[in-house]
Design a protein around this ligand. Structure first.
Ligand code: GDP
Ligand code: MG
Length: 460
């Protein structure tokens, strides 16, 4: 695929017209901007874009609006002038609806997808199967942290999938974690496919709780579903998905099962058509929630940051003493206030809980996971259990128990003697043959007597 740099609304010059492809960004900004009509397929014209000047003025849906340059940078567009110059060098007419639709359709249906999950959850297998590639990529220690990319077509959509290194968490302790984290915050994938090992739910869902904090679009590929079924465990994954606000699709990547459904679900989520998708807040408990709120209030004063990130996520990260987040916020005018507020809140929480703030948050996440699994997951090996229990019942019966015991003892003796008589006869015959052979082939002597002598006469 050609790798043209994406054009953003802020790049358009005075008088230029663009069609909106995508709106990135978070929270209040995203809400306001979409309410104003900045949605896919709409036409925007630049009224005034003076270099290095804020704000920039646009016309959309018949009225003029001013945006900050940094906000316009979060809106991806195609320039109408350019596409049409390319197609028809002298095209001067007005744009027809159809023409617009095809133009946006061709360029606007590109979905950037990132595969995120624990090591060995089957990401690469899934990636290879979906992309038809057979490359083996390992994220072993020492191997350069790398990501593989593939493009697949599905209906009218082009899906660009990136297989990221495996990671247990989104913190900053390993190069893999940092790589995944940077990819998500800088490349802003449209949808993250969170691959989960179904036979190890609790640990795998930890990463999911961090994606929930980040407030990004996620689909869960519940991989290794075959193992879950083999172990006789039951998971109401639809219900689990509803609780987390994330659709869950069971997959068996090694056999390519569920991948078509996964791709369809991903497109639905991208188009905001899946009813399961909902932004939930993991409840960290009153004390932590208060702290999050206070830190968030400081962060929100920086509109550029608030437009690009979930401020709740950043606040939680600060409570975890996360250096990467501190670095991100270093340029904020109220950086000192943010930093001090976080330190105060951390001290407050650590005093109240008697534990490191990071541990408190991790515990709360595992608490959320345990709660969600309690409602949806049974490790019942129920079928086997009931069978075993029935046999137990029978064997230890008050009246029948003893006769059954006698019966089995009898059966054991019978078996020992009946079956045992075969090898006993074989051994007899074998020893006889060997004796005959030796007595016939060995010269007379005491050694021969010693070996084949059938009886020893005691010496008196
Ligand atoms: P990654 O570390 O997440 O990239 O995981 P890999 O794709 O390397 O897979 C790890 C192992 O799990 C491999 O041996 C795969 O064959 C196996 N695997 C992947 N998907 C499935 C699945 O759905 N079911 C089962 N039983 N094994 C799988
Ligand atoms: Mg891999």
């Amino acid at each position: 695929m050609e790798n043209t740099k994406n054009l953003h609304l802020s790049d358009l010059q005075n008088g230029e017209t663009g069609i909106i492809l995508k709106v990135f960004g978070y929270g209040a900004f995203r809400k306001r901007i979409t309410e104003m009509g900045f949605v896919k397929g709409k036409i925007v014209r630049v009224i005034k874009n003076a270099p290095l000047q804020d704000p920039v003025e646009y016309k959309i849906m018949g009225y003029n609006v001013s945006l900050r340059r940094s906000e316009a940078a979060l809106i991806e567009v195609i320039s109408v002038n350019e596409t049409h110059k390319a197609e028809h060098p002298v095209f001067e007419g007005t744009l027809t609806e159809d023409r617009l639709k095809t133009t946006v359709g061709e360029k606007g249906n590109l979905i950037n997808i990132a595969l995120v999950g624990n090591p060995n959850c089957g990401k690469t297998t899934l990636f290879n199967y979906a992309s038809g590639s057979h490359e083996k990529v390992g994220n072993y220690g020492g191997v350069t942290v790398d990501a593989k990319e593939a493009t697949i077509k599905q209906n009218d959509y082009t899906l660009k999938i990136v297989d990221l290194p495996g990671t247990y968490s989104i913190t900053e302790y390993t190069p893999e974690e940092l790589f995944v984290r940077t990819h998500i915050s800088e490349n802003m994938p449209d949808v993250v496919i969170n691959v989960i090992d179904a036979s190890n739910l609790e640990r795998n869902l930890f990463l999911t709780t961090q994606l929930i904090d980040m407030n990004i679009k996620v689909v869960i590929a519940l991989n290794m579903f075959d193992e879950l079924e083999q172990q006789g465990k039951k998971l109401n994954y639809t219900e689990l998905g509803k609780m987390m606000g994330i659709p869950v699709v069971p997959t068996i990547a090694v056999r390519g099962k569920g991948l078509t459904e996964l791709i369809h679900k991903t497109i639905e989520v991208y188009e905001d058509k899946d009813p399961t998708v909902r932004h939930i807040h993991i409840n960290y408990g009153n004390a932590i929630e208060d702290s999050i709120g206070l830190i968030q209030k400081e962060i929100r004063k920086n509109i550029d940051i608030a437009n690009r990130f979930s401020t709740r996520y950043l606040a939680i990260k600060l409570l975890e003493n996360d250096k990467t987040t501190l670095k991100l916020l270093r340029g904020c005018v109220n950086f000192e206030a943010i930093s001090q507020r976080s330190q105060t809140e951390i001290r407050k929480l650590e005093k109240e809980y008697g534990e490191k703030s990071e541990t408190i948050i991790t515990d709360a996440k595992y608490g959320f996971i345990a709660g969600a699994l309690r409602e949806t997951y049974t490790e019942q090996t129920l079928k086997k259990d009931t069978k075993n229990r029935n046999i137990d019942h029978f064997l230890t019966h008050k009246i029948w128990g003893f006769p059954i015991f006698i019966f089995f003892m009898w059966l054991m003796f019978q078996t020992t003697f009946t079956i045992g008589s075969f090898p006993m006869n074989w051994i007899d015959a074998g020893v006889g043959l060997l004796g005959n052979f030796i007595s016939n082939s060995m010269p007379d002597g005491s050694l021969r007597d010693l070996i084949v002598g059938s009886s020893f006469s005691p010496i008196y």
